[in-house]
Design a protein around this ligand. Sequence first.
Ligand SMILES: Nc1ncnc2c1ncn2[C@@H]1O[C@H](COP(=O)(O)OP(=O)(O)O)[C@@H](O)[C@H]1O
Ligand SMILES: [Mg+2]
Length: 377
Amino acid sequence: MVNHGMVLSALEKVTDPELHYDIVTLNMVRNVAISGDKVTVDVALTVKGCPLHQKIERDVQEAVGQLPGITTVHVNLDVMNDEERRTAFARAFQQSQKQRASQSAGATRAPTMPGPQGAAWSPLLAEESRTVLLGIASGKGGVGKSTVTANLAVALQRLGFRVGVMDMDIYGYSQGRMLGAQGQAKANADQKVVPWNAHGLSIVSMGMFVTDNQAVVWRGPMLGKMMQQFFTDVAWPDLDYLLIDLPPGTGDVALDVATRLPKASLVIVTTPQVVAQEVAMRTADVARRANQRIIGVIENMSYIPMGSGQRMELFGSGGGQELAHTLSVPLLGQIPMESSVREGGDRGIPVLLSAPESESAATFLQVAQKIDAAAHV
Ligand SMILES: Nc1ncnc2c1ncn2[C@@H]1O[C@H](COP(=O)(O)OP(=O)(O)O)[C@@H](O)[C@H]1O
Ligand SMILES: [Mg+2]
């Protein structure tokens, strides 16, 4: 005879395709009913219209159907309420902490922090803080996420705001180069790291902590720890905006950010290519499940301006618009591909300062205005 515990054990083999934890741990199994050779499982999805619901349903049927004597498995799908969703993410977070602790046993001790508790990290994260936290995310690398971060930072500053940049891309840190800042981290009298200052921006990056060309071999588990230190151990001034250049990737990284910085809104950078758009969609999906707000999509490398309004669409077209449409958020802008953008990044003077008359500079300013209009709603 199959009992309740056996069904739950079987269900522990079913993982959520995006969050990579089993559906029991994730609090997705609401109820299990056994009647003779029939089992009914009520599953609550983290988000309505979850694109992966069919896979979850199939996997549940397969896992439970393998139990001896079970002929029919019926799956009822529903959607979590806010409370259930919070529990789900807290559990996934705890699980990731456990895995980290065991992965790094004997090496660096992983931080053991329960759920979201960012407020203790820094006044910037406190509920009453007016600082807008803006994560700049992309599904994959090379789409121009860091370039967009640097230029948006300058653009928001141009609009009169106090702006900080946190380079959380710990493997591919590049804000020092892009914004022309360098030098080892220096501590103030309170033993806090003083951010780099360049173009009037306060910048903190992994680049402050590694000596020349030293490869950063830290793996994902270190990300949360770095993020915490970039808040607690840095003497951030009062800021209107803190832009966070996030590492590319979906799943764990996005979950980490969403759990630790629930207050942060996201901007998703993609290219016109459909492949880039699909990967970005997965990042966005995790953010949405964590109830993290997505302000909009920025399409980068959209076209090459050919003069007199002519555009050459090198990487196809429509990716940004389609992604924005799928996510029901605005397409904030299409940044053209211009050599001045790349040169600006290489020289440490963002295009907004080095070629303010360029089409990309104008677009970055418009995007910053749209972000500011949306950020306080
Ligand atoms: N709009 C653009 N026009 C020209 N070059 C760009 C543009 N956006 C990014 N690049 C260049 O593409 C490369 C990758 O950009 P980067 O911002 O480092 O991407 P990511 O941070 O997503 O990995 C860099 O050399 C950058 O200068
Ligand atoms: Mg980058």
